[in-house]
Design a protein around this ligand. Sequence first.
Ligand code: DP6
Length: 346
Amino acid sequence: EVYTASTTAPVNIAVIKYWGKRDPKLNLPTNSSLSVTLAQSDLRTHTTASCSPSYPPQDSLLLNGSEQDVSGPRTQACFRELRALRKQLEDANPELPKLSSLPLKIVSENNFPTAAGLASSAAGFAALVRAIANLYELPSSPTDLSRIARQGSGSACRSLFGGYVGWEQGSAADGSDSVAFQVAPASHWPQMRALILVVSAAKKGVSSTTGMQTTVATSSLFPARANETVPRRMKEMISAIENRDFEAFGKLTMMDSNSFHATCLDTYPPIFYLNDVSRAAIKVVEAINKKAGRIVAAYTFDAGPNAVVYYLEEREKEVAGLFKAVLGEKDGWQGERGERVQRDAE
Ligand code: DP6
């Protein structure tokens, strides 16, 4: 007999970045963060979890057709926590099948380039955790699942909710209060759009895990960012979203991306995620905003050169149009620019 369950989880792109861990084992962050979830139907991971007494004894994970190592502490932490919750159910209801002792088989597919700086680990761990929770028929809430997914990859906790999602850093040593929460559903601000410029689909140079550890250890700008700048901006960002104030949302988004990349440059040895194409994208956004006389487009970059540009539907022509014109016409963009994809925010 084979027991099975499937789910999908969306990619999220932070507008207030998570960068720095106070506990690398539990993925407990040094600051809270906030993201916008990209459309479910669009950039997402689809995952099927199954278990069976007839499977080989080892747990397995297939991602986009290739076998992944599941022995790492992060995947193990997710498996262990979910199995423990299932075990509790089985102990309380002896008639339930003993799924917690069966080997797991996880099959995941991304519909976007893995490791392209598009937060694939976020959608990946969120989908893995929810698929197993569904398989085990756990009564866990999205908040409970965010606590588990966080241990797979920090940013994954924000992919268990839709719309505008915060991750409260928490203060408990066991991570019990370091969970995601919904700031507003996507329907609160349905005009929000996101355009993704895939500058490079190649695997990034310095992984976020290693990069943020080095930043915490060496950057002198980092403490001010984590302890002063981000806490203030979290509050401002939540009100900007509540008030559907795009100018405030856009300015905070760009300034936080710049602050994060500044601490990367201030890391020793320095970390460079932006390249010439990324910087050209920043200039295009600045030109759009200058022409409009206010902020109508906002860029943000994660641990890679790809730009995500947020704007409102009413500005589709100027923003998407200008990027298309620049990308299509300038020789300088050729070769290095990679494909250009445009996606809607959820
Ligand atoms: C720059 O969540 O990938 O995208 O917890 O080590 O897996 P780990 O890190 P990860 O870091 C994401 C960093 C970021 C900012 C963000 O998404 O908030």
